[in-house]
Design a protein. Structure first.
Length: 221
């Protein structure tokens, strides 16, 4: 099987499902945009699990895609299904739950799909301003652990009630518990009692902006 021939057929799938928009195709199918670009250039190959998902979701003819021969049970591409899905990007950065880490890059590395009904009923958020960030460190244990992925509503930058937030500090991006105090100051607390708490005064707020509120956590077991 020629990689270039497969890449051309895969490009046809992208053309029909998203009018050739590789980034949109990546969001739609739960892959990183860079991976889709590599497949279309013939320098990378998708897994069979991913190909099977294209058949199940969009009736992509895998026989045609892999061999160039048409089968009777499917079609090369299908119409986009009407789905109640929201795709939250996973950013290639980490939020330290210890003493901070510098943000080196903010490239999207992957996407996670949620139903709009789950986001609305369980989390009280919409899908327009969501992002996944990885946690590093142990200062938020037992609430958050090293390696956890947290779903952040980046539209919630005003701390009206105590909660978990992403905070940008001189030491980098941090996941912390924030509580509003009098005179527009903020208390910054770690759930791990071994780490100290501190207060951000009103005149320091601009140098320590809130990046968003943590709404949900995913971890491996």
């Amino acid at each position: 099987m020629s990689s270039s021939a497969f890449a051309r057929r895969f490009q046809l799938v992208v053309d029909q499902l998203t009018q050739g928009n590789k980034k949109q195709f990546a969001q739609l199918t739960g892959k990183s945009a860079s991976h889709i670009y590599k497949i279309c250039r013939g320098v990378s190959r998708p897994s069979m699990a991913y190909l099977e998902s294209l058949y199940q979701e969009y009736r992509v003819d895998l026989t045609w895609l892999l061999t160039g021969e048409q089968s009777d049970s499917a079609q090369p591409t299908g119409a986009l299904p009407s789905k109640d899905l929201v795709y939250a990007p996973m950013f290639d950065v980490q939020a330290s739950a210890g003493m901070g880490t510098d943000v080196q890059a903010e490239d999207i590395s992957d996407y996670f799909a949620f139903t709009k009904s789950f986001l609305s009923s369980q989390l009280g958020v919409s899908g327009e301003h969501l992002a996944f960030i990885s946690i590093r460190g142990d200062s938020m244990q037992p609430t958050l652990y090293d390696g956890d992925r947290v779903l952040v509503d980046i539209s919630r930058k005003v701390v009206q009630n105590e909660g978990l937030y992403l905070l940008q500090t001189d030491d980098g991006l941090m996941a912390k518990r924030l509580k509003p105090l009098k005179k527009n100051s903020l208390q910054v607390t770690s759930d791990n009692p071994e780490y100290p708490s501190w207060v951000i005064q009103a005149d320091e707020r601009d140098n320590n902006p809130v990046a968003g509120r943590i709404m949900w956590c995913a971890r491996s077991v």
